[in-house]
Ligand binder design. Structure first.
Ligand code: NAG
Ligand code: NAG
Ligand code: NAG
Ligand code: NAG
Length: 241
């Protein structure tokens, strides 16, 4: 962590004139909630039937979709992400924040930074790219869906689904503050994404905007039928057929 912060400060001081200028920006966040979204590569490609989509070799679990200040986008058009700012995070990001629909993860990180990261720079924990990406990795480790699920015996399978309640129990204290999103595979609910809502101070739970529950490719999972966690296969567009 110390190394991360060191690099980050160097970057920040290179960009802003004085520490006072930074202090001014501190509480300028125009958003209330932070949405941390993780996706399940085993089923994510199902939502892109016609597009290139694959699970990179180094990926073996839930990956980061994004860390999004709620309701704000594209807050600073001049602040472009450079490779240098990713620095020592590169290997971890490739594993935990890959792109499944492009061969260039860096382009994905650039677009996430431009669209979402630039809106987080008002908060200390995200005040520059290196901090923003470090924080996302930290949250990925702390809120490891893989660990929560496997600890209660939920395993990827084409044949066995689990009740909503079972997933909720696996997520334990997080359950009331998450949104499970499912894709509809011939009447089966297939888990694709989990969003965790945080407050600005990173405490769990926040009343995020309704847009978080609407997606073109998936919708909130319900407790009306079992939910499937599909395995990683050679055919991610159609893992179970
Ligand atoms: C926008 O980004 C530039 C760097 O490209 C930075 O100098 C400036 O302080 C940023 N503005 C805000 C409001 O964060
Ligand atoms: C975020 O920053 C606060 C103080 O600014 C600190 O207490 C907290 O540990 C940080 N959280 C993470 C996950 O880095
Ligand atoms: C959450 O936000 C909605 C509007 O977005 C509001 O109607 C509702 O009362 C809020 N709930 C809480 C607990 O703050
Ligand atoms: C199932 O979901 C409905 C609404 O979606 C809710 O009212 C009900 O309390 C849920 N039942 C259980 C057992 O969680």
């Amino acid at each position: 962590m110390a190394i991360y912060i060191g690099i980050c400060l160097a970057v920040v001081y290179g960009l802003t004139a004085t520490t006072e200028a930074r202090a001014d920006m501190k509480d300028s966040c125009q958003w209330k909630c932070l949405v941390f979204s993780q996706l399940w590569p085993g089923s994510f490609c199902m939502t892109f039937s016609k597009r290139f989509c694959k699970i990179p070799n180094q990926v073996n679990g839930w990956t980061i979709h994004g860390l999004w200040p709620d309701g704000k986008e594209f807050c600073n058009h001049t602040w472009k992400l450079t490779r240098k700012e990713i620095g020592n995070l590169w290997t971890d990001l490739q594993k935990y924040w890959p792109s499944l629909i492009s061969n260039s993860p860096f382009k994905f990180w650039q677009s996430e930074w431009a669209k979402h990261g630039t809106c987080g720079t008002c908060a200390d924990n995200m005040s520059c790219p290196h901090k923003y990406f470090s924080l996302a990795l930290e949250l990925r480790m702390k809120f490891s869906i893989d660990e929560f699920l496997s600890a209660t015996g939920i395993k990827p399978s084409c044949y066995n689904g689990y009740t909503y309640e079972r997933f909720c129990a696996a997520l334990s204290d997080l359950c009331p503050f998450v949104n499970l999103q499912c894709y509809n595979d011939k009447k089966r609910q297939v888990l694709v994404q989990i969003k965790i809502f945080f407050s600005k101070d990173l405490s769990i739970g926040c009343n995020a905007s309704q847009e978080n529950f609407i997606h073109p490719y998936c919708k909130p999972c319900t407790n009306k039928s079992e939910i499937y966690l599909y395995p990683f296969t050679e055919h991610p567009h159609n893992p179970c057929s």
